[in-house]
Design a protein around this ligand. Structure first.
Ligand code: MN3
Length: 206
């Protein structure tokens, strides 16, 4: 949905059922996260743009750039809502109901830079725990081809940076609290079972 324009539509759930990601993400968590939180960002963005006709022909990616140039509360709201839609779309698209393993050039890069896939997960988990409050943990590719783990607060994206997103984990409490309570680390550890490595590889190599 990154290249679509106003009015934005909530994409169909990219899994067969709300229970498809269990036991790693419960049906209740997924339902509230997708149908309430993600849908809420889509609705808020559409409501905001309904009175901003000059922005209605911009894609989601273009809106993020435009938001960065808009000063004041309107820029902040546009950044929060467009970022919330972009980040949730990337997060949900990046998971699937079948467990797979990293492979190809992405696995090779992980092993070269971090020593192993396991070592990368340790570093990623630490980054997730170090992200104070609400935010996101990214595995991204720098312009020189190197992998990097980054975190962003609130609904900040990587647009405007030199990093190409490869993987994205939502570490806002709403992503795990119903099931994991305050144990963000356990949620992140289990989240790896849901990563769509085919998609991650395609983002890494594109
Ligand atoms: Mn979320």
């Amino acid at each position: 949905m990154y290249d679509t324009t106003y009015p934005f539509a909530l994409p169909p759930l990219p899994y067969p059922t709300y229970a498809a990601l269990e036991p790693y993400i419960s049906a209740e968590t997924l339902y509230y996260h997708y149908d309430r939180l993600f849908a809420g960002y889509v609705n808020n963005l559409n409501n905001m743009l309904s009175s901003m006709p000059s922005y209605q022909n911009l894609t989601l990616i273009q809106l993020l750039s435009a938001a960065a140039c808009l000063a004041g509360p309107t820029g902040t709201r546009l950044c929060n809502n467009a970022g919330g839609v972009y980040n949730h779309a990337f997060y949900f698209d990046g998971m699937m109901a079948v467990t797979s393993q990293p492979h190809g050039q992405l696995l090779h890069a992980m092993e070269n830079q971090f020593g192993s896939y396991d070592a990368l997960r340790v570093a990623f988990r630490q980054a997730a725990l170090d992200r104070f409050g609400s935010g996101w943990v990214w595995l991204c590719r720098e312009s020189n081809g190197l992998l990097r783990i980054m975190t962003t607060p609130y609904q900040v994206t990587l647009e405007g940076t030199s990093c190409q997103p490869v993987l994205l984990c939502d570490v806002w409490e709403h992503a795990y609290y119903l099931q994991y309570k305050n144990d963000r680390g356990a949620y992140v550890d289990n989240w790896w079972n849901l990563v769509d490595w085919q998609r991650a590889e395609s983002y890494y190599t594109c």
